[in-house]
Design a protein around this ligand. Sequence first.
Ligand SMILES: NC(=O)c1ccc[n+]([C@@H]2O[C@H](COP(=O)([O-])OP(=O)(O)OC[C@H]3O[C@@H](n4cnc5c(N)ncnc54)[C@H](O)[C@@H]3O)[C@@H](O)[C@H]2O)c1
Length: 254
Amino acid sequence: MSLAQSVAVITGAGQGLGRAFAEILLKNGAKVLLTDINETVGQKTLSELAASHGQDKVAFLKSDVTKETDFQSAFSTAKSKLGAVNIMVNNAGTGNEKDAWESTIDINVKGTIKGTKVALDHFRKDKGGNGGVIINVASIAGLNPNPCGPVYGASKAAIIMFSQCWGMNTDAVSNGVRINVLAPAFAETEMVKALRVGKEIHKPEIATQMLDQVGVLPVEKVAEAFLELVTDTSKNNAILKVSAHMGKGYHSLK
Ligand SMILES: NC(=O)c1ccc[n+]([C@@H]2O[C@H](COP(=O)([O-])OP(=O)(O)OC[C@H]3O[C@@H](n4cnc5c(N)ncnc54)[C@H](O)[C@@H]3O)[C@@H](O)[C@H]2O)c1
C-alpha cells in the first residue's frame, strides 16, 4: 500500500511511540493528524515535525481518548486540513496500577474501543467510506502475564481480543477495513522511565529484572514493525510482536 494519498490519525502522538509512528508515516509520504491530551507536547512535536516534513503534511488537535466526541472532531479536523482519513492508530495508553487504575481501563480499553468504532464508521464502504486500516497498540503484556501490571496486562489482553473479534467480522473485512494489533515489549519512552521509578506498579524490582532480561527497543524499531502492519495489505487480523531480545514475529491466538 502506497502512503502517498494516505492520512492518519494517531492518538497519544505527542511523544514516545505515537510520535515515532507519526514520523515513519510522514517519511513514507502520508499526512498525519497528531492527537494528544497533552497540548504542550503535542504543539512541540507539531512544530518539529512540520519543520522537517512540511506545514501542509501534519497538524495537531488536543484530544482525549476517553471522549468519543473528540474522535469525531479528530476525523473532521483531519479531513478539512489534510484529507480523508484512511489510517487510524489507537496508541494512547497508560499503566497506572494504583490510585488511578481505572484510568488505565478508561484510556487503554475504552479509548481503543471508541477509536475503533469511530474509524469503522468512517472507513466502511457500506457506510460511504473508502476503506482503511486500524492499528491498535497493545503490548506483549497482553499476551504474557507478569506480576507488575495486572490491570495493564488485562487492558492490553482486552485490546487484542477486541481487535481480533473485529478483524474476523465480515462487516469490516468485506467493507475494506483491516484491523491489526501491534504488541511491543519495552521501548525507550516516558512509560518505561516511569516503570524504572516503579511508583505506579506492583513489584517494581521484578520490572527492573524484566527490563534487564528483555532489553529496551529504540522507538524507531517499533515504528518499523508498525509500518509493516499499515502497508502490507495481506495483513488483516494480525498480531505483530516486537522485542529487543526476540525481534519481530507474528502471533496467533488460535
Ligand atoms: N513504551 C513501551 O515499552 C511500551 C511497550 C508496549 C506497549 N506500549 C504501548 O504503546 C503506547 C504508547 O506508549 P508510550 O510508551 O509511547 O507512552 P508515553 O507515556 O510516552 O506516551 C503516551 C502518550 O499518550 C498520551 N495520553 C495519555 N492519556 C491520554 C488520553 N486520555 N487521551 C489522549 N492521549 C493521552 C500522553 O499525553 C502521551 O503523550 C501505549 O498504548 C503503551 O501501552 C508501550
